[in-house]
Design a protein around this ligand. Structure first.
Ligand SMILES: Cc1cc2nc3c(=O)[nH]c(=O)nc-3n(C[C@H](O)[C@H](O)[C@H](O)COP(=O)(O)OP(=O)(O)OC[C@H]3O[C@@H](n4cnc5c(N)ncnc54)[C@H](O)[C@@H]3O)c2cc1C
Ligand SMILES: *[C@@H]1O[C@H](CO)[C@@H](O)[C@H](O)[C@H]1NC(C)=O
Ligand SMILES: *[C@@H]1O[C@H](CO)[C@@H](O)[C@H](O)[C@H]1NC(C)=O
Ligand SMILES: *[C@@H]1O[C@H](CO)[C@@H](O)[C@H](O)[C@H]1NC(C)=O
Ligand SMILES: *[C@@H]1O[C@H](CO)[C@@H](O)[C@H](O)[C@H]1NC(C)=O
Length: 611
């Protein structure tokens, strides 16, 4: 019966989703081989650039995307089905999986894994990236907020461009977001500050659309332990510290991605072609202008044995292939560290050792408690219950599946007198920025351990927000269809290990509040550890990634000896190429990264259009 519901949903989705006008599936459908702008990657940032350049009507635009259309992919619409789109172990009932099994590779993902992590017991694990129109915005968990004002001020300081400062960047919120009522229509008074938000932008976002049994306990804890876990009414003004109600890229109970918003607003225009199944294999060197190599060409193919096609940009190529795709394409094009490129038999055209270096990511630490009382675990185990919830979603876009994975999240600092500050300068973006985050979920979340067959759980998931470890993206070979070597180098520093250890102690203080006394039974597994050594061993054994890699094609000042793009996002040492995606953020912001990427892309579009 539940299976029947899923099939029904699939059919309904394929009938209801509007068909794209200029969605090309084959290179022969393109209008030509030259466009004003070629955008590589129809992801989070790429679709913002496509929409903003197309809406002027003056530019002729081609968007190349390696993945497939999101049409007829119901899990990209039903918010709580997101975990089925990527190799996640937040497993849902097997009826939710199509051709693939829970936790394994999926058709909408790049199926990457990290190299063995030295400081995590040599473990390796998947690192999801969307391979579908909308990119990671079509497969992510939809947490949507901008981070600390101090992140943007720090970006301005690092790059020497005051245009990246919060005072300027917050203007772009106005055109980006469209705040809409939550899916269940509840009165959201006190759960956010309306004056910090916009109702005029393109991307519908909302507060939680389904209330959980624990919501009142979370709020009670912010009152009971207000010194350490104060209530934060809204991070939208750039103040992240404290714990409050989550905001998500969900509108009317359905996911908002860059494909359903920015791209769909321009896809039917005559001046936009979008080609799926087109994996860019390199930029094409098109000569020299003013002493600099020009790369106004792009080569792509649909697969390893398929023929390649070249297309050319009259104005610019915009690389928006994400934190892994962008440095990989640069390296395949001969732009990178000469020693590394030579070792893969690639001729260096621009020697830039910063390409693929300085990667930062937020490490994730799952923490689970066995609880008595209500949770979503049974719904996520039982195909019949899930089928009923799916039916409700389909009928009214409401219910548990209309919601994201957490109704509350918060950002916190280590105490000022922490011993680590004797040896490590504070790496936070500023005194009101955070060191770690906690997400509260009313069910089992643990990418490293499958949900137990019985029991109800509370998850207090930690993310390391201001890491000092830096990782790398390198080519495994010169074959563009071979996955790059991805090494986030998690917890390589004393600061990162210290912060994880102290975050475990902090979430235990949170869980020890009276508000939880009749609900929490006990911590699961080695979360119970008390000593430094015991907690460190626990952290090493279960940590992975919350999937926010940045920094692999970093912005830096115009004349800096390091960095990959200048403050206007032009590729250094090259003519005709810009980079607009998560890779240009020099450090990980105090946020889940989609909204910071959207803001960077909005400003980039303004820079390119010259207003
Ligand atoms: C499972 C998951 C959950 C997440 N949860 C959240 C969350 O809840 N909230 C949040 O804020 N952030 C979240 N993130 C992170 C956030 O989604 C990303 O930081 C952000 O979307 C990155 O945007 P981007 O434009 O840099 O890259 P992407 O959106 O990944 O876009 C890159 C695009 O380029 C395409 N591409 C790559 N290489 C090539 C090539 N060679 N040729 C052609 N096309 C190519 C890709 O297929 C993709 O479409 C999550 C990420 C994942 C994967
Ligand atoms: C990822 O794995 C799925 C399932 O095996 C497959 O369909 C898909 O093509 C793979 N993606 C890539 C980029 O290899
Ligand atoms: C990494 O970033 C720092 C600044 O944060 C810079 O000083 C350093 O040169 C960068 N390293 C590389 C290889 O780009
Ligand atoms: C930090 O200060 C608090 C009280 O202000 C104290 O309880 C704690 O022991 C101090 N911690 C360290 C590491 O000195
Ligand atoms: C900790 O230090 C920061 C930065 O110096 C300061 O702004 C803040 O008020 C201090 N906090 C406490 C609790 O002393």
């Amino acid at each position: 019966m539940a299976y029947h519901i899923l099939v029904h949903l699939l059919l309904a989705a394929s009938i209801l989703t509007p068909t794209f006008g200029r969605l090309c599936t084959c290179p022969s459908q393109l209008r030509g081989n030259a466009y004003d702008y070629i955008i590589v990657g129809a992801g989070t940032a790429g679709n913002v650039i496509a929409a903003r350049l197309a809406e002027s009507g003056h530019n002729d635009i081609l968007v190349l995307e390696a993945g497939v259309s999101e049409e007829g992919v119901p899990a990209s619409q039903v918010p709580l089905m997101a975990p089925t789109l990527t190799p996640s172990t937040l497993d849902l009932p097997s009826i939710c999986y199509n051709a693939h099994a829970s936790g394994s590779d999926t058709p909408y993902d790049w199926n990457y894994t990290v190299v063995p992590q030295t400081h995590l017991n040599g473990r390796t694990f998947p690192v999801a990236r969307g391979r579908i129109l909308g990119g990671s915005s079509s497969v992510n968990y939809m947490v949507h907020h901008y981070g600390s004002s101090e992140d943007y001020d720090r970006l301005a300081r690092i790059t020497g461009d005051p245009g990246w400062a919060w005072r300027n960047m917050r203007r772009y919120i106005d055109r980006h977001e469209k705040f809409v009522p939550p899916a269940d229509g509840h009165d959201a008074t006190g759960q956010y500050i309306p004056s910090l938000h916009s109702t005029r932008g393109v991307l519908p976002k909302s507060l939680p659309g389904f209330s959980h049994a624990i919501d009142s306990k979370v709020i009670a804890t912010t009152q009971e332990l207000s010194a350490e876990f104060p209530f934060n009414p809204d991070t939208g003004g750039g103040n992240v510290l404290g714990l409050g109600w989550a905001q998500s890229s969900i509108g009317g109970g359905t996911r908002s991605s860059s494909a359903t918003t920015y791209l769909s607003s321009v896809i039917n225009r005559r001046n936009v072609d979008v080609l799926v199944n087109a994996q860019v294999t390199k930029l094409v060197h098109t000569g020299t202008i003013c002493g600099k190599p020009s790369f106004r060409g792009v080569q792509f193919a649909s697969g390893p044995r398929a023929p390649t096609t070249n297309v050319f940009a009259r104005k610019e190529v915009i690389l928006s292939a994400g934190s892994f795709g962008t440095p990989q394409i640069l390296q395949l094009s001969g732009i990178g560290d000469r020693t590394e490129l030579t070792s893969k038999s690639i001729t260096t055209i621009v020697n830039n050792p910063s390409v693929g270096k300085n990667m930062s990511d937020h490490a994730l630490l799952p923490n689970n408690y066995l609880v008595r009382g209500e949770s979503l675990d049974n719904l996520l185990r039982d195909p019949v219950a899930f089928g009923i919830a799916l039916d409700q979603w389909q009928a009214s876009k409401t219910g548990p599946l209309a919601n994201g994975i957490s109704n509350h999240l918060g950002f916190f600092r280590l105490p000022n007198n922490s011993s680590i500050f004797a040896t490590t300068p504070d790496p936070a973006s500023g005194p009101t920025a955070s060191h770690w985050e906690m997400l509260v979920s009313n069910f089992w979340i643990n990418p490293s351990l499958p949900r137990p067959d019985t029991g109800s759980y509370l998850s207090l998931t930690v993310a390391l927000i201001s890491p000092t470890s830096r990782g790398t993206i390198k080519l495994a070979s010169k074959d563009p269809f071979q996955a790059p070597l991805i090494d986030p180098n998690f917890l390589a520093t004393d600061f990162d290990r210290y912060t994880m250890r102290e975050s475990v102690r902090a979430i235990k203080r949170f869980a020890a509040a009276n508000a939880w006394s009749d609900y929490i039974v006990e911590p699961v597994g080695n979360l119970a550890a008390q000593t430094d050594e015991g907690i460190d061993a626990y952290v090493r054994s279960v940590s992975s990634t919350i999937l926010h890699p940045v920094g692999t094609a970093s912005m830096s000042p115009r004349n800096a000896a390091w960095g990959v793009v200048d403050p206007e996002l032009r590729l250094k040492g090259v003519e005709g190429v810009r980079i607009v995606d998560a890779s240009v953020w020099p450090f990980a912001p105090n946020a889940h990264t989609q909204a910071p990427v959207y803001l960077v892309a909005e400003r980039a579009a303004s820079i390119i259009r010259g207003y």
